[in-house]
Design a protein around this ligand. Structure first.
Ligand code: MOS
Length: 699
């Protein structure tokens, strides 16, 4: 058993059997159940003057705002999204009410017969318009050093601006939820990342104590952040419906509905103003981050924070001024998506450095490394880089693997190579981990250990990794570690499964508890050990001034992308991604490689083919025919390596890994495209149309 933990599990009962036992919410049976479908706003911003309902057949119900016994708001960071629309609607697709009944055909028929009378109101659709109208939800800023003085003394000042677009998660399993009211308790089953978020939302919507609410995660077919906060909304809706009808109520979205109304990655504009000294080094930087939060703020303030605290990437700019704003528009609300705001600013910062280097005639990699963070340096928020920084080794390995230097020298038009350097803050941003104070339980029962956490498996391998940590620590076979089903009635709140926190934070607690359990193993047949998370003592963060350590530690990486551009169609063919990461230590290298490959490909999609635009608040690409995501045919060769750099407080040295690969591939691909055509890239997705225009301008 005591081989390196990174190796695949050696099962005592032979290879895993495929049995088809996974039951998604759509596979579950409930006696006497009803189905629900949502009537949605067709207007971007309007007052609801009246809702005319047809006579309802027996066993059919309409469920709306007046049926919510508690607060008609979905609880999240900013609890502003109504569970059911009240006097106004603020975006196309906003839920107004549910039609509930036994037969779907009839439900659809009733929906078409409901007439909503609207009075249209002036609406805002773009970040530019929202900025002009000062429709700001959140306005943050922080500073480091003396930016004003540094700009005054600058030899040169360079400005640049970057844009990124929407991205839809396209988890394979759409959103789905069932509520059942029995034994004076509301049971809610569904596909989700954060059962305790849903529980919290339900306590407010129902006005009930948590003891009367049970949220049970069902097998979850992908999430990527799209099942972080959004399921809290559908959970509240079906619960209200179950309460009103006295029967279980299931609501499962089809793909088109899911795309239209669920949260997406925030579109962004990021502006830079850099002060260069006589050696052409950046001594001061001003960054202005604008995110399109959509119609409600929700958890966008925290997305904005990660965006701002990641904005300096792997670099140390001595003087810094960062502003970030979330804007209100009448678009579908933006929300959590793998990377959580960091991909937008890391893209901008990488391309800003790339563009300046090319203008100065310096190799972009050399120019970037001149600014690279070293151990002991201050972070952008005045914290400290305490752990060993292996960026030089990472860069050396990735350039060797890819033949970066030779290929750059021998470049030909339409063939490009580009590099990105990046990091990701591990765990919650700011004081998140301190506020949540994750709890875990390990329970010995005979030869077995029951692992109780609220961390959810959604295809990323959390269950494998956490069971492995316990098995290795207690020194028992993997099969003897039982992962308790994630049910708020059975497991403690170990926090949401987000922010690349599960392996490092929850896994770290499990390792500590496992060590105690191993020590006490022979004391009794039944032993229970618990742990509660506390940051390492040296971490200091002020959430009012944004000063201190925004993250306990960071994972790092570098990507080299090689692309070919079709000289006629200007389609981008990503040939190869070479990737090297420092994630501390891999807990399971197989699962980790899966994360890296998936994250890289998802990033390539965002950077190239995933075009999603709106026309006056209406999504133009609203189904999978029009919204293209990478398929197996679009996956490049991925060569991936890890540099171990164990983190003192991570289990076996592990840090964060889930979001890191997403952050890295978009700027690498953009840099390669820039290299292939000799043009600057300032916006993603990089479409063939954009390239064709830029290339003909060049000639
Ligand atoms: Mo995530 S994007 O922190 O669910």
């Amino acid at each position: 058993m005591k081989e390196s933990i990174s190796k695949p599990i050696q099962r005592v009962d032979g290879p895993a059997k495929i049995s088809g036992e996974a039951r998604y919410i759509g596979d579950m049976h409930f006696e006497n159940r009803l189905y629900a479908k949502t009537l949605r706003s067709t207007r971007a911003k309007a007052r609801i003057l009246s809702v005319k309902k047809p006579p309802l057949p027996r066993n059919y119900f309409i469920v709306g705002k007046d049926d919510v016994p508690g607060v008609n708001r979905m609880r999240t960071v900013v609890s502003d999204h109504p569970i059911f629309a009240e006097d106004t609607v603020e975006y196309i697709g906003q839920p107004i009410l549910l039609v509930v009944g036994p037969e779907r055909e009839k439900i659809y028929d009733i929906i078409t017969k409901i007439k909503v009378e609207y009075e249209d109101l002036p609406a805002l659709f773009t970040l530019e318009d929202a900025e002009k109208n000062s429709e700001v939800f959140t306005d943050y800023h922080y500073e480091k050093g003396e930016p004003q003085r540094a700009f005054g003394e600058a030899a040169t000042i360079v400005e640049d601006e970057f844009r990124t677009g929407y991205q839809e998660h396209v988890y394979l399993e759409p959103q789905g939820m069932t509520a059942e009211f029995r034994d004076d308790t509301m049971f809610v089953y569904g596909s989700m990342q954060c059962p305790f978020y849903a529980e919290g939302a339900l306590t407010e919507a129902l006005g009930w104590p948590a003891e009367r609410i049970r949220v049970i995660q069902t097998v979850t077919g992908g999430a990527f952040g799209g099942k972080e906060e959004f399921p809290s909304l559908t959970a509240c809706q079906v619960a209200v419906a179950a309460l009103k009808t006295g029967r279980p109520v299931t609501m499962i979205y089809d793909r088109d509905e899911d795309i239209i109304c669920s949260t997406k990655r925030h579109p962004s504009i990021v502006r830079y103003k850099a002060a260069l000294n006589r050696n052409q080094d950046i001594v001061a930087l001003e960054i202005d981050v604008l995110l399109d939060a959509g119609a409600y703020n929700g958890l966008s303030p925290v997305v904005l924070q990660r965006s701002m605290f990641s904005a300096t990437g792997v670099y140390n700019f001595p003087h810094l001024k960062v502003r970030g704003r979330n804007f209100m528009t009448n678009n579908v609300p933006s929300g959590a998506y793998r990377g959580f705001g960091a991909p937008q600013t890391i893209f901008g910062t990488e391309m800003m450095l790339h563009n300046i280097a090319l203008k100065l005639g310096i190799d972009p990699l050399e120019y970037k490394m001149r600014h690279a963070l070293k151990r002991g340096d201050p972070t952008c928020t005045g914290g400290k880089i305490r752990d060993i920084v292996k960026l030089p080794e990472i860069v050396k390995r990735v350039t060797q693997m890819s033949g970066y230097h030779d290929k750059r020298k021998n470049g030909q038009k339409y063939h490009g190579i580009g590099i990105s350097l990046f990091l990701h803050g591990c765990g919650f941003t700011g004081n998140g981990e301190q506020t949540i104070g994750s709890k875990i339980i390990l329970k010995k029962e005979g030869e077995k250990v029951i692992l109780k956490v609220s961390s959810t498996e959604m295809g990323q391998g959390a269950e494998t990794v956490l069971r492995k940590i316990v098995a290795y620590t207690v020194d028992i076979p993997f099969e003897n570690v039982i992962y308790e089903s994630v049910d708020t009635g059975k497991v403690p709140d170990s926090g949401p499964t987000v922010a690349s926190r599960t392996t490092m934070i929850v896994g770290g607690l499990l390792q500590q508890a496992g060590l105690e359990l191993k020590d006490r193993w022979h004391e009794a047949d039944k032993i229970e050990v618990t742990r509660t998370y506390r940051h390492p003592d040296y971490i200091d963060w002020n959430n009012d001034t944004f000063q201190g350590d925004a993250y306990p530690t960071y994972s790092w990486g570098a990507n080299v992308a090689e692309v070919e551009i079709d000289p006629v169609t200007y389609e981008i063919d990503v040939k190869k991604i070479s990737a090297v990461y420092d994630v501390g230590l891999p807990i399971d290298e197989t699962a980790l490689r899966g994360q890296m490959q998936g994250g890289i490909v998802q990033g390539i999609g965002w950077a190239t083919i995933e075009v999603m635009k709106t026309d006056e608040g209406r999504l133009i690409q609203k189904n999978l025919t029009d919204y293209k995501v990478p398929t197996s045919m679009d996956v490049p060769e991925v060569e991936c390596d890890f540099i171990n750099n164990p983190y003192e407080f991570g289990p076996f040295g592990a840090k964060c890994a889930g979001e890191l690969p997403f952050v890295g591939s978009p700027p690498a691909v953009a840099a390669a495209v820039s290299n292939a055509l000799g043009v600057p890239i300032r916006s993603i997705p990089i479409t063939p149309e954009m390239l064709m225009e830029m290339d003909s301008d060049e000639n």
